[in-house]
Design a protein around this ligand. Structure first.
Ligand code: ATP
Length: 436
């Protein structure tokens, strides 16, 4: 058995610092191979990226040269070679192959050129196609999105909590709930951790979660998943304006963080890089948004919610993220606080991405008064007994508070201009896909 450490005294990142002529070893996968008459180019992928390895009959023994020639792509290997700095090599450095050990030989790669043209086939083989440079870069950027959000919240004194996945009361309405058998009873998969965050702010004042939410979305769009990662935050002693500031600061922080730490990966996905926006973002009311839509020929009445089509038209008019605030009470869940100066609208907003991308966050001030919440639940035709514990926290010192949720994949689709939201996640879940 190979002693792994002995076979990894370098890697695709470290190698640029190594001296010309030095002998080094790396572990990785053969991501691609080009065979010429007297030269074989292997591109080796490891945790850090890619490295070019060159085999020639002069520098490699016959056995090693032939092995390099015949090795199937995606085989896991250990390689030893001599460092050669060469501006023509992808990172300005390559290894001239001396020794090659096949640790795990790959079968013939099943993703053919024609499969590349079919998104469905590509996603049937997602367990393999994630190895490509584009998926690899997107998934690394995704890890950066989560790290950036955590860093922002930690710097701002928020406490990370974890909320349950099995729940009994709907946050966002019954239409998109996944119901499942829970022993002799039924439970649902969580749509949002907001209610649990609201309980926790009475301990920590400011909390956040980063975990999956589930929506049985019937609409098959390019911006909906049935399982998505939700960055949510809730703050006590805060109002709607306060939480909008947190949202724009967070978005800007994440953009700057990604630009600083993931510029290479971003270029792999989007050559022009990502755009950076600094707060404050413009704010327009629902009424103003409706006027814009009417002026663009969209027919809809006051009190109707904006769907994907309306958001696209609206956000085409902006080249920076912008808030739409003051949504009619009829378009928002029961827990939203009505505006005391204008009770037909709520103290709520959506942050819209520009250029047609539409909603990326949704937030607002929650009702903190017991009676007000109880009456709103009744007025929505809901059963207060379904919300017993959620109501009860209002009996024991619930201060004014506000919060929001941002979908990780939605955010990524926007900044990287991905054709479909499924590209932003490792193994996407959509109405037609729970495999692999
Ligand atoms: P939409 O109207 O776009 O379906 P929503 O109003 O139902 O979204 P919220 O319940 O407010 O969304 O969720 C907060 C955020 O979570 C959204 O702004 C979005 O970023 C993300 N999100 C919501 N639903 C989905 C989904 N099905 N797939 C991916 N992300 C989602």
């Amino acid at each position: 058995m190979i002693k792994w450490l002995e076979y990894r005294n370098s890697n695709s990142k470290d190698i640029v610092k190594r001296s010309e002529g030095e002998s080094v070893r790396i572990l990785g996968w053969v991501s691609s191979k080009r065979v010429h008459k007297d030269k074989i180019f292997l591109s080796i992928r490891d945790r850090y990226g890619y490295l070019q390895i060159v085999a020639t009959p002069e520098e490699s023994s016959d056995n090693i040269f032939n092995l390099a020639k015949t090795i199937p792509v995606e085989s896991a290997i250990a390689a030893e070679g001599i460092v050669k700095h060469d501006p023509r090599a992808p990172n300005g450095v390559e290894l001239r192959l001396k020794d090659l050990i096949v640790i795990s030989k790959a079968d013939i790669w099943p993703v053919t050129k024609s499969a590349l043209k079919s998104p469905e086939l590509m996603y049937d083989k997602r367990h393999l196609t994630i190895r490509g440079p584009r998926s690899r870069a997107i998934l690394l950027i995704r890890s950066g999105v989560i790290k950036a959000a955590m860093e922002y919240f930690e710097k701002n004194d928020y406490v990370l909590i974890n909320a349950p996945t099995f729940i009994t009361s709907a946050v966002e309405g019954g239409a998109t709930l996944f119901k499942l058998k829970y022993f002799d009873d039924y439970a649902y998969l969580t749509q949002s951790s907001q209610f649990y965050e609201e309980a926790a702010i009475c301990v920590f004042e400011k909390v956040y979660v980063i975990q999956p939410s589930f929506r049985a979305e019937k609409s098959r769009t390019r911006r909906h998943l049935t399982e998505f990662w939700h960055i949510e935050a809730e703050a006590a002693f805060a109002d709607h304006d306060d939480i909008m500031k947190v949202e724009e600061e967070l978005v800007s922080y994440m953009l700057n963080y990604l630009n600083e730490h993931y510029s290479g990966e971003i270029k792999t996905v989007k050559k022009s890089g990502i755009k950076i926006y600094e707060p404050p973002f413009p704010r327009i009311s629902y009424d103003e948004a409706l006027e814009i839509l009417h002026s663009k020929g969209v027919e809809m009445e006051w009190g109707e919610d904006f769907g994907a089509d309306e958001e696209r038209v609206l956000s085409m008019q902006f080249d920076t993220p912008f808030f739409v605030y003051g949504y009619p009470a009829s378009t928002r869940s029961f827990y939203h606080m009505n505006d005391p100066d204008r009770p037909e609208v709520t103290l709520s907003s959506d942050l819209m991405a520009p250029d047609g991308y539409g909603e990326i966050t949704s937030g607002g001030q929650r009702i903190h008064d017991y009676n007000e919440l109880y009456n709103k639940i009744i007025s929505f035709g809901l059963d207060p007994s379904q919300y017993e514990w959620y109501l009860e926290i209002r009996k024991y010192g619930m201060p004014p508070h506000a919060g929001f949720g941002l979908g990780v994949e939605r955010f990524m689709r926007w900044i990287l201009e991905l054709p479909h939201i499924r590209d932003a996640t490792l193994f996407p879940r959509t109405p037609s896909r729970v495999y692999p």
